[in-house]
Design a protein around this ligand. Structure first.
Ligand code: PYR
Length: 295
């Protein structure tokens, strides 16, 4: 099979802009793939929230992320882009991050220019490292991918728009292109015009993060295409919906002593089994194990 990086680059050619949908766990990766999505995403905020019950404040590390990468890529071939936050350290740590991500089957990552004590991209008071330090991060990542998967896709994220302004963010993006990034992730942008300024300024793909309840309006793929955006990220859309649905079920059980009123909000047993290919596993079990054969 082709490398994950190559599969992601193929997806980029097939769909424009390419939708990259957040899949908080292996099962959601199967669901997104079943619907026909060509690229999936593992959110750093999502790992902190869902796997550890923590806020998105730089408290999870490389191994925490690798656990969730492994779970997804072992069951699903859809190319997976992973949030590497700040890369977790200096150049050699970033090289390890890239190599571990490739070994565990990721197709690419995004690495950002915030300090290690990072904040969610859509919160105030973000602090950034210098352009030079971020360029070192990018160079370390680009160098590290060469041996294992030269197609591994490196997206440089700049959080500068909020703290340094649009022009400084564009200047940073240009420097990140020169350092070897495959694409630019312009975080917390407010208008289509601002996206257009990015796509005019850099001659590599630009990603728009259309996360809900943040600084960026929910622009459609059509609107984003009109300003030259190549990738649209929905990091936590399904996760937010899952959370609300689950909370509703817990509340209903507590209040009413029965789940009857919320049963329509649930996936049925058969739908779950179909998604998991459950019956094929059971058939295999019957073929392989003597107890099954005897029946
Ligand atoms: C996150 O979902 O954590 C991003 O950084 C987009």
């Amino acid at each position: 099979m082709t490398s994950a990086g190559k599969r992601f680059r193929e997806a980029l050619k097939q769909e424009s802009p390419l939708q990259i949908v957040g899949t908080i766990n292996a099962y959601q990766a199967l669901q997104a793939t079943k619907v026909g999505h060509k690229a999936i995403y593992l959110s750093g905020g999502g790992i902190a929230n869902a796997s550890y019950g923590l806020p998105d404040l730089g408290m999870t590390m490389l191994e925490d992320v690798c656990i969730d990468i492994r779970r997804i890529t072992s069951i699903c071939d859809t190319p997976l882009i992973v949030d590497a936050d700040t890369g977790w350290g200096h150049a050699f740590n970033i090289a390890r991050t890239v190599k571990e991500f490739i070994r565990y089957g990721a197709a690419g990552l995004h690495i950002e220019d915030q300090v290690a004590a990072k904040r969610c991209g859509h919160r105030p008071n973000k602090e950034l490292v210098s352009t030079e330090e971020m360029c070192d991060r990018i160079r370390a990542a680009v160098d590290a991918k060469k041996e294992l998967d030269p197609d591994f896709y490196i997206i440089a994220r700049t959080d500068a728009h909020a703290s340094e302004g649009q022009q400084a963010a564009i200047d940073r993006a240009k420097a990140y292109v020169a350092a070897g990034a495959d694409a630019i992730f312009a975080e917390a942008i407010h208008t289509l015009k601002e996206y257009k300024e990015f796509t005019d300024a850099v001659k590599i793909p630009v990603l728009a993060n259309i996360t809900e309840f943040g600084a960026t309006p929910m622009f459609t793929t059509e609107e984003l295409a009109s300003v030259g955006i190549d990738m649209v990220l929905y990091p936590l859309s399904a996760f937010r919906a899952m959370n609300k649905a689950a909370l509703n079920v817990y509340q209903e059980l507590k209040d009413k002593g029965t789940q009857e009123a919320v049963i329509d909000t649930m996936q049925t047993r058969m739908e779950l089994y179909d998604m998991l290919n459950y019956h094929a596993y059971e058939q295999k079990m019957d073929e392989l194990f003597s107890k099954g054969k005897a029946k």
